[in-house]
Design a protein around this ligand. Sequence first.
Ligand SMILES: [Zn+2]
Length: 461
Amino acid sequence: MSGSECLSAAGGGVRLGRENGLRPPLAGAAAAFGSCAGFRLPPPEGDGRVFEECGPKLQFYHSLTQYWEICERNLWVLVVGRFPKEHRIGIPEFKYVANMHGDETVGRELLLHLIEHLVTNDGKDVEITNLINSTRIHLMPSMNPDGFEAVVKPDCFYSNGRENSNYYDLNRNFPDAFELNNVSRQPETAAVMEWLKTETFVLSANLHGGALVASYPFDNGVPATGTLYSRSITPDDDVFQYLAHTYASRNPTMKKGDQCKTKMNFPNGITNGYSWYPLKGGMQDYNYIWAQCFEITLELSCCKYPHEEKLPFFWNKNKASLIEYIKQVHLGVKGQVFDQNGNPLPNVIVEVQNRKHICPYRTNKFGEYYLLLLPGSYIINVTVPGHDPYLTNVVIPEKSQNFSALKKDILLPFRVQLDSIPVSNPSCSKIPLYSDLPSQSEATKPSLFLFLVTVFHIFVK
Ligand SMILES: [Zn+2]
């Protein structure tokens, strides 16, 4: 794909506020960060492949290489952590991605506020310091900088800029587990898919606007996932409801349910994605199925592109939720899998009985696994090719630590030849994974609501 297909690629760095600078509330903090001049990300002519350290060494930013190579502009990620440049064993990877719909701007601003809040409170606020000590936090303020810049006239309901510069909706652009999604894969999508392979992301949210609700997977489905009952639920539905509730319950407006006067009632401010309306090719389903990362979709404002003066209001409403949600990356149990000789085993299946994933979750290259679970008793099943499944019990206590999952290394009672473990994941090669089952996203859901949103262009998530 040539650079010309990225229409507004010229000019380089993503503009994170007006005139390539920062919104006023952030400008003050910027001065505190010395060589990086705060978050002026980064020089417009900069090569996105260059990693640069910022200020007090707890943050650094980089851009997604693949997108830079295709479009010669950047999708910026700022990473905050005690060791921001690389994964450390036992420290889970968390991410927030905002502004994949370019006209939905609140999330983009919230992530800038969050960056500022994290780096200015490290060493001062106990909770933030613990969070940074225990978590590696990846923040992408804009997944669709072209769309953001294409908005000529900001509007609460619909403005151009939702799509990328090729007029594709990025939240319909990922592979879909339930039906063939043969749209042209966009540079932003491809870059994010590559990014997901580079880290073992455990928990994530993607930030939108135009409604006020925390929506959890699946967004698409088949009868086997519950679509006959107007929902599509994962084997981890209890965890997803808890995650969505964690966010919504701390946002005083979201938790009230129907606050946007759209006649959609969301009890406690949460919903199953399919129950709201089904969609094909969404990012949250992709994260959960193919990237082993639990992701929910956060709709943060009734107005997609509110006036600048409203931005502090949104930060105040969402600050507690954003921080508490990150802490949930420490739910459940984590550890490494070793063979009899003490070798860590990469790419072996580690799953909980009765909650098998369509595409089984596997250990990373350090032999690590992370399983998000609520308190309770579970059986973990470790599967190594050529051996019987190895079962072990785990009890997640009611009062687990705030900043670490239960740690449980698993020592297998046999030796394993590392080259006997296949690198690829054979059961995940088939796309869509449910292709032999009837699809649902367009065929069912007879709803007048879907018809109306189509007519009036009020798609949100
Ligand atoms: Zn959206």
